[in-house]
Write a protein that binds this ligand. Structure first.
Ligand code: ATP
Ligand code: MG
Length: 373
């Protein structure tokens, strides 16, 4: 798929901007702080309902404005759709598809698909497990948009279960008996948690199995001879079918119950797992060099792209400021690998940072405007 028109109102630094887009490569060039990343961040938001830069929506709304609107015309084959999201920080966001407002924001998922490369990706390798879980979950959702609902269920159940555990922990500390009420409801929450958790776990495990070989290939192409790389999903449960995962999670929760009540938090489940990125025999985190970590992050994104592309409906590739961070060799390799994408959006502070292989449309970004050259 590709985006044929992007329109923003009160999004980040833009009061209003209209950007017609072609398939193939488009580069946005302009000095620092002029709003290049803001443009591609908006495209990414349509695909994930989140920003790759911030955890909340508030910074996405132009300072002084009440809400932001992202609108895009999307073409897939000969089908065209108009998607719109209204961001209302502190309140519910709203969505429209083809002008119909009978949809939830979540229903927009799957219309725009992106694989976004950005300097922030280094955190995939060097950062906390939460970064890697988010990476997996965004990809799980891109493959299967209904997983957005499962993730939301899981988060909700987890929050309620944690509240319950805190109540039980408190009651126990004060020697009161009122904790037993909380305890008896806990069994029910265990089942809800294990149900949604098993579904998420099984999707993540299938994803990691599919992604691993692709990541190894991508790493070899970016940094020949530097690998091998392997992905290991780390979880205390054994694995198996979704029903088996459900039983395993329930058993693990039962085992952890005592400790959970002492600490007042849920200690077992996909929210505690990690994706271990192996480079040779060692984990990349803590061992890989800066350049290796960068190649690894790029390989994970390239592998994501290959996977989504092989499953039909090619995503938009977004390369936010990544070429400036690479040496000439890896810059050219990456450019070759992505040049044939259905739509590739590139941002760069100077034209020289855009590799020659990426010939295409050029826009200058500056002074709140986006102008086609
Ligand atoms: N909510 C907001 N309201 C108004 N301005 C904002 C908001 N969020 C960000 N900005 C402004 O947008 C600018 C950053 O835009 P962006 O990150 O797109 O820059 P860029 O062109 O990608 O720069 P670089 O080359 O440094 O990556 C900053 O000047 C920032 O102050
Ligand atoms: Mg930028």
């Amino acid at each position: 798929m590709h985006v044929t028109h992007l329109s923003l109102a009160d999004f980040r630094s833009y009061a209003r901007v209209e950007v017609p887009l072609d398939p193939g490569v488009t580069a946005f060039v302009g000095p620092n702080g002029q709003g290049k990343t803001n443009l591609v961040e908006a495209v990414g938001y349509l695909a994930t309902l989140g920003s790759h830069r911030v955890a909340s929506d508030a910074p996405l709304v132009r300072a002084g404005a009440a809400r932001a609107v992202i609108r895009a015309v999307v073409r897939q084959g000969d089908r065209q759709q108009l998607v719109e999201l209204e961001l209302n920080p502190g309140k519910a966001n709203r969505a429209r598809i083809n002008r119909s407002s009978q949809v939830r924001p979540r229903d927009v998922l799957g219309i725009v698909r992106t694989v976004l490369f950005a300097p922030e990706d280094l955190a995939l390798v060097k950062g906390d497990p939460g970064e890697r879980r988010r990476f997996l979950d965004e990809l799980v959702t891109a493959r299967s948009p209904r997983m957005a609902g499962v993730r939301a269920d899981y988060e909700r159940v987890l929050k309620q279960r944690n509240t319950l555990l805190k109540t039980a922990a408190m009651a126990r500390r004060h020697g009161g008996g009122s904790g037993s009420g909380a305890l008896s409801t806990l069994d029910v929450w265990d089942q809800h948690l294990a149900r949604a958790g098993a579904e998420l776990l099984s999707q993540r495990m299938a994803l990691v199995a599919a992604l691993g070989p692709l990541a190894d290939e991508a790493y070899e192409r970016l940094a020949p001879g530097g690998g091998p790389v392997a992905l290991e999903y780390r979880t205390p449960v054994e694995g198996g079918t979704r029903e088996e995962l459900y039983e395993q999670l329930l058993a693990a929760l039962a085992d952890a119950r005592r400790q959970e009540i002492e600490r007042g938090v849920t200690l077992v489940g996909p929210h505690r797992d990690d994706l271990v990125l192996k480079l040779g025999e060692l984990p990349a985190k803590g061992y890989a060099s800066h350049g290796e970590s960068w190649s690894y992050a790029l390989a994970l994104r390239l592998a994501s792209y290959d996977l989504l592309r092989s499953e039909g409906n090619e995503p938009v590739l977004v390369l936010d400021d990544v070429f400036a961070e690479l040496d000439v060799r890896r810059r050219d390799r990456l450019a070759e690998l992505v040049a044939s994408g259905e739509q590739v959006l590139v941002t760069a502070a100077v034209e020289d940072d855009v590799p020659k292989a990426l010939a295409g449309a050029r826009y200058v970004v500056g002074g709140g405007e986006v102008t086609r050259l």
